[in-house]
Write a protein that binds this ligand. Sequence first.
Ligand SMILES: Nc1ncnc2c1ncn2[C@@H]1O[C@H](COP(=O)(O)OP(=O)(O)OP(=O)(O)O)[C@@H](O)[C@H]1O
Length: 331
Amino acid sequence: MAGSGTAHLRDGEQVLRVEDLTVTFPAGRRRTVHAVSGVSFDVARGETLGIVGESGCGKSSAARAIMQLPRPSAGSVRLNGLELTGLRGEALRRTRRRLQMIFQDPISSLNPRRRVRDIVAEGPRVWGTLDGDTARIDELLEAVGLDPATAAGRRPHEFSGGQCQRISIARALALDPEVIICDEPVSALDVSVQAQILNLLEDLKARYGLTLVFIAHDLAVVKNISDRILVMYLGKTCELAPSAALVRSPAHPYTRALLSSVPQAPLRIPEEEEKHMAGEPPSPLAPPTGCRFRTRCPRATALCATEEPRMRPLTPDHYIACHHPHTETPA
Ligand SMILES: Nc1ncnc2c1ncn2[C@@H]1O[C@H](COP(=O)(O)OP(=O)(O)OP(=O)(O)O)[C@@H](O)[C@H]1O
């Protein structure tokens, strides 16, 4: 299946370049779940790219496909120019080290039987880069705000959700990654703890020169940490813009709807527009023809049913896949 276009990809090789990423799952009786359908984006060194969209739009499937766990059904994933989808065995393992992931549920993503020091040390031990060097583990625990003297010997259940997320961040850092894909890293945490983990990720990004892909369903969470934000709907890209521009002048009707539910956002969409968004998105087993958002879109026309909108520039760094975008400046 053709993607939503690649006009928004930047020239030159970025740290991460994902092109026409497609993920399908067999669903029995010869049906197919179209989880991700031709998604493209790139991430520059030191950048944080936010990916936002409601539950089920394919964010996690895209993240796992980038990791090649499992491999995408089609498309390209390049890390520093190296195509991951063609790598096998040892070559893939070696390259994937540079790409780490942290997950939504920190407690269940940590092995409950192991002590924190062993959880953090596991990767470097497998790779033979630790050499019994406990100072390195202490340094990592300190970097994520845990006291090595009290934390290293304990097991995950002795920690809060926020502390467990700190442990999983230390585990990801232990392999010296270039890119960390954060899949809803704060969604399971209390609001007060969310801010602490977001601040920590920003500090670590600066300290270790990381590049981040930050996935969340909540635009309020993504907007402050991201340099640019990519909006996804039902497996497709809708809009891509620098964070401030996306929040100030959202052009896609779907982005407007997402933004309107953010308490501190400047935008309130009219009730009439909001009504269209009510209910669930269509099933990814049978996505709508043309624009996938058209069945919930207040601006949909006959064109939207027949022709898929491709990503195109509104300004040099603001891209949209919509036949009828909002281009007026908000009040
Ligand atoms: N292994 C699988 N087999 C079949 N369908 C799947 C599988 N994994 C995901 N899906 C389906 O693919 C679609 C995209 O799911 P995905 O988890 O990627 O979305 P998401 O945006 O990350 O949502 P959430 O935040 O709820 O995880 C959903 O309809 C989901 O049910």
